[in-house]
Design a binder for this molecule. Structure first.
Ligand code: GLA
Ligand code: ZN
Length: 677
């Protein structure tokens, strides 16, 4: 069950390499520098469509052949991209239908990237043809390790092609206009459709009126599903094309963490391996970065993923592009590995000289040699990963706590008109995640259709949309002894965003043993309070006014006309327990609450560490690795709770011995005893 991403013997190290932007005279120098930096894997051909196909009938692969030959001769492995993330200018001129139309109806001209209409027959035909030609041509290269389809798929299109395809998609989903009219509740505002042709895309010309605001949630939700499916279809077509020639090579496309527009959980089902591009903002906390890695691992059932891109130093697209401090690139690389990455790859190998990414960080800077801080740090990490060898590869993070995360729920919550403009799904997820992270409890992100039986505790913050079968699954899980927690704005609607009548939280009411009668949205800065286990906490954002129906009230509001009503409840259900948190609270509450539930579920933190030191485990049947990641600028000390070998120094560590981690330092303990936590 513990599989490697490809036949790897070490963590892959390298990244996006764009020799096509350079004279061939530079290539040999690149090879020298790569070898100095211990780079073993390059992602090639990400944006070369225009070069590979100068016109409709001509393909020229000679330059790519030379690049492929050169990197093979230098012992480099290749992740080969299909180049379909940006179409050629001639194609846009000849076939304007491949251009996207924006939400305001503006039809784009050629420019930018990630710019093709996903429902354009021309785009599909030529993208698949290119993928096929590449696969046929390079199938025999034994250093080819994976396919990288397109690049960071995303965005939306509102063109007429897409409108026609949307109607078709709806026919398949609903079968009849009656069913569609019911699902969208079109009796509201006289929207009844009598002919499929009457249906138009929901955008600023129709149902939308502001950033992510819609007058018909049902229509807008279906458009999101349709758009995600349309783009996925492009991926699937290229996937099939390359698989015909290289059935055994893993196929991926680089994802973007919490990217809202594509239902990655669904996408992951069609990808052999998940890969993703990690670009934290300057102010992201270590837990926020960890959360993205865990989500990317979670969408593929916990399998190892590839860190396809990160910057070795700076980005160029943030308002302030701060440098990664010495040691931080290394620390974040190991953080990715700790959370399940079997590669450490960068964007980009050599800093380009023109257009918008010329000031984006790279392994080789404009100065063009190895004498830079960034190059030295990359090379040192490369050497270290070489020494680590096959350790960690293919291992998994243990199943401890789970957080339920669902893209359609995300769309539903944030399309909702009311109750509060401050309500953001990701923010609420993050509050629970960060609390678990701070306790060094492993977190898996799971979807509504995943098996939850092996988790000690399942958190489902803001489970607004309860899809068919989910409530029954949660009931069964708790009845058998599981521990479940959810929050305000849960259990309201079905998958069409239609309210379940009969009292909130709808289908979750029985499991939680409560009835939510009303919900009060508090403007920014306004707070209610409650006291739980002797500590006073805040209640903000949304405050549910609820009645217990079998649940026990653990804390009550202290202010306003609903003072005395329950804010935290616990319901014994079968052999297990279901908790409800009726308002947003503060960090102290989330930590105490997570600790209480973990304790109840019998979950032991993977290690006991000071505040800034993150501890994460990867393991399989025979090996167990504990990563200790010091996110602080200053030194921290951690007492080893078990004996083991610290792999980066090769030092034997006794039980109880104190490890000193320098600022931004990392230790990887290979434990002597393998025992599942
Ligand atoms: C993305 C893209 C890359 C590059 C980087 C810059 O991840 O995939 O091509 O643009 O961003 O940060
Ligand atoms: Zn379109």
């Amino acid at each position: 069950m513990y599989e490697k991403v490809w036949k790897q013997d070490k963590i892959a190290f390298g990244g996006d390499y764009n020799p096509e932007q350079w004279d061939e005279s530079v290539w040999e120098e690149d090879m020298r520098l790569f070898s100095l930096a211990h780079i073993d894997t390059v992602t090639l051909n990400v944006f070369s469509w225009a070069a590979l196909q100068p016109d409709e009938d001509t393909y020229c692969f000679e330059k790519l052949d030379r690049i492929m030959e050169m990197v093979r001769a230098h012992g480099l492995k290749v992740v080969l991209a299909t180049s379909t993330g940006a179409h050629p200018a001639w194609m846009a001129r000849k076939y304007p239908e491949i251009l996207r139309t924006e939400a305001n109806g503006m039809r784009r001209k050629f420019g930018g990237r990630h710019n093709s209409c996903p429902n354009s027959a021309v785009y599909r035909k030529y993208s698949v043809r290119l993928a096929e030609k590449l696969a046929r041509r390079y199938a025999s290269y034994d250093n080819l390790v994976a396919w990288h389809i397109s690049n960071e798929y995303g965005g939306e299109c509102y063109c007429e092609n897409c409108e026609r395809a949307f109607r078709q998609w709806l026919k398949e989903r609903y079968g009849s206009l009656d069913a569609l009219n019911r699902a969208w509740n079109t009796a509201f505002w006289g929207h009844t459709f009598y002919d499929w042709e009457e249906i138009v895309l929901p955008n600023y010309l129709s149902e939308h009126f502001g950033e992510e605001r819609t007058m018909f949630q049902g229509i807008s939700l279906d458009y999101r599903r349709f758009n995600s499916d349309s783009i996925l279809e492009c991926f699937k077509l290229e996937y099939e094309a390359v698989k015909t020639y290289t059935p055994d090579l893993p196929v991926t496309t680089n994802l973007m963490g919490f990217y809202k527009l594509l239902d990655y959980k669904k996408w992951a089902g069609y990808m052999d391996v998940v890969s993703w591009d990690c670009y934290p903002s300057n102010d992201n906390s270590p837990a926020q970065i960890a959360m993205c890695h865990d989500l990317m691992r979670g969408i593929k059932g916990g399998r190892p993923f590839l860190l396809m891109e990160q910057t070795p130093s700076v980005t160029n697209w943030q308002p302030y592009n701060a440098l990664k401090r010495p040691g931080v690139m290394r620390l974040w690389s190991y953080q990715a590995v700790a959370h399940g990455a079997d590669s450490v790859m960068f964007f980009q190998m050599r800093r380009s000289i023109g257009a918008c990414e010329k000031y984006h960080g790279a392994v080789i800077d404009h100065v063009g040699n190895e004498h830079t801080r960034v190059f030295r740090e990359v090379a040192e990490l490369g050497g270290e990963l070489e020494r680590l060898g096959g350790a960690v590869l293919g291992t998994r993070c243990p199943k401890q706590a789970a957080i339920l995360f669902d893209w359609e729920n995300w769309w539903g919550i944030e399309y909702s008109a009311g109750p509060s403009c401050l309500l953001r799904y990701g923010d609420e997820i993050e509050r629970y995640y960060s609390a678990l992270r701070a306790l060094n409890i492993g977190v898996d992100f799971i979807g509504p259709e995943d098996d939850i039986s092996e988790y000690g505790v399942v958190f489902a913050p803001v489970l607004y949309m309860v899809k068919p079968g989910l409530a029954a699954k949660l009931e069964e899980y708790v009845a058998r002894g599981g521990c479940f927690a959810t929050t305000f704005f849960s259990g309201y609607v079905d998958e069409h965003d239609l309210v379940k009548t009969g009292g909130y939280p709808g289908e979750l009411r029985k499991l939680l043993g409560i009835w939510v009668e009303e919900s009060d949205a508090l403007p920014e800065g306004v707070k209610n309070h409650f006291t739980w286990k002797g500590t006073r906490h805040e209640a903000t954002l949304l405050c549910d006014l609820l009645h217990t129906e079998g649940a026990q009230a653990l804390a009550a509001y202290e202010e306003d006309f609903y003072a005395g009503m329950p804010v935290v409840t616990r319901h014994s259900y079968g052999k297990g327990t279901a908790y409800y948190v009726a308002a947003r609270s503060d960090e102290d509450f989330y930590r105490a609450f997570a600790a209480e539930l973990a304790d109840l579920a019998g979950i032991t933190p993977v290690a006991d560490t000071p505040e800034d030191v993150e501890a994460v485990v990867r393991e399989n049947e025979t090996e167990r690795y504990l990563f200790l990641l010091n996110h602080a600028k200053g030194e921290r000390q951690v007492a080893a709770q078990e004996a083991g070998t610290e792999l980066l120094s090769g030092r034997e560590v006794k039980k109880g011995e104190v490890l000193t981690l320098p600022g931004y330092g990392v230790a990887i303990m290979k434990m002597k005893e393998v025992m599942t936590v």
